[in-house]
Design a protein around this ligand. Structure first.
Ligand code: T4K
Length: 375
């Protein structure tokens, strides 16, 4: 019986190393509410991500919801985003009482189509939330020029882009703010966790307040905040995992390069290649079936029958999720044919640092059979 292979597996530090780190928590009895592990981890991230400010959150979703909230946009304002993403991106906009307006994606890297973007701006538009999907950096220069021209905020969903650099610039540095996810399924994890990164000093207090009930000091509740704090155990995991992040990315690269060597020129599928000037994190390995004679769902089922659990990231498009059926009006613009085609035909293959090359070969052999043994 072959072993089961999941789309991802979290990387963990040595058990003893984590125990050693959390020993400080036993000594201090400080479990949460911005304790020493939290504060040290925050500083380490500012350095690693090369950004002025990092505010930690209990997960990436609440980080994104919070940064949208602190800008204080009027309810029912419009935010332009893409539907080819995890449901969190759309939920974060809707849960803030904003209207998501869906822009199509580019067929080459699945990020927001900057040629369409400007046509979706109305007098109700307040922000753009582009997604660095799979860690592919959006066309930031173009997006930010459009935003500047129309006075819009740019908040990147950078959940997938930890460790990615474009032209030497960290993914944390684009736009007005960027959100990272440190979920167990990500390149870098804090069990659950997330962060908002930015340069504007004014946002520090606002974000810290919104994640801690709006409390600014004894007897001073400044705003109607929630609770989205990262606890000390999460931060301790982050401190340990950050020590190995470069190694982690290199080990993923080995898996990625083997996939490329086997699938890169196989007829009938499109694999993503790394754009020039990019230091990539090898977070996902999406393949898009381009030949109508091969059904993505059949391949997904066949792989599953062999214990290989590839995933349909990202299907369906967010606006097609059951909870949004009949929800969006005309202003939301849900005509995104490229995103629809990619979403109907994409499969993300297993990729993680411990994945054996022999297993990658097994996955590629099975794919080749589905594709009629094409080369
Ligand atoms: N924006 C974007 C673009 C995102 O992709 C995400 C999250 C967010 C925002 C929100 O960030 P967070 O609030 O999550 O920090 C997973 C993750 O839960 C989610 O974090 C991620 N994106 C999304 C793309 O994938 P599921 O429901 O597909 O995960 P699940 O539990 O099926 O896990 C996938 C596989 O990973 C499992 O088959 C086995 C493996 N796994 C998973 C977990 C949780 C493990 O080996 N160990 C584990 O502990 O959503």
């Amino acid at each position: 019986m072959n072993k089961e292979i999941y789309v991802t597996r979290p990387s963990l530090p040595d058990y003893e190393e984590y125990c050693n780190e959390i020993k400080r928590i036993w000594d201090s009895k400080c479990l949460t509410n911005m304790g020493p592990e939290h504060n040290e981890f925050q500083k380490q991230l500012e350095e690693y991500l090369d950004i002025d400010h990092v505010i930690l959150f209990t997960n990436g979703h609440l980080a994104l919801e919070s940064i949208i909230e602190v800008y204080g946009f009027e309810r029912n304002s419009e935010i332009i985003t893409t539907p080819y993403t995890f449901i969190s991106t759309t939920h974060a906009i809707v849960r803030n009482g904003m209207i998501p307006v869906f822009c199509d994606i580019k067929a080459d890297d699945y990020t927001i189509d900057t040629d369409m973007l400007e046509s979706l701006i109305t007098d109700k538009t307040v922000a753009i939330v582009p997604v660095h999907v799979y860690g592919h950096i959006c066309e930031a220069e173009k997006i930010e020029a459009i935003a500047q021209k129309h006075g819009l905020k740019v908040i990147y969903d950078a959940a997938h882009a930890f460790g990615v650099k474009y032209k030497g610039v960290s993914a944390a540095c684009y736009g007005d703010a960027s959100m990272f996810s440190f979920h167990a399924t990500k390149v870098f994890n804090t069990i659950e966790g997330g962060a908002v990164c930015f340069k504007d000093d004014d946002l520090i207090h606002r974000l810290n307040n919104v994640k801690n009930f709006g409390i600014r000091g004894e007897g001073n509740v400044y705003c109607i905040g929630g609770n989205a704090k990262m606890n000390e155990f999460q931060a301790a995991m982050g401190i340990c995992n950050l020590r190995y992040i470069d190694e982690e990315i290199q080990r993923r690269k080995r898996v990625y390069e083997h996939y490329i060597s086997r699938l890169g020129s196989m007829e009938g599928i499109k694999v993503s290649t790394i754009p020039e000037d990019t230091e990539y994190n090898y977070s996902y390995f999406p393949v898009v079936f381009e030949d109508d004679s091969v059904s993505r769902d059949d391949v997904w089922e066949m792989l599953g029958s062999h214990g290989i659990y590839a995933r349909k990231y990202f299907y369906p498009l967010t606006y097609m999720a059951d909870c949004y059926k009949g929800y969006f009006g005309k202003e939301s613009h849900t005509d995104t044919p490229v995103a629809k085609r990619v979403s109907d035909n994409v499969l993300t293959l297993p990729i993680y640092s411990d994945l054996d090359i022999a297993e990658v070969d097994r996955i590629c052999d099975l794919l080749a059979v589905c594709l009629g043994n094409r080369k």
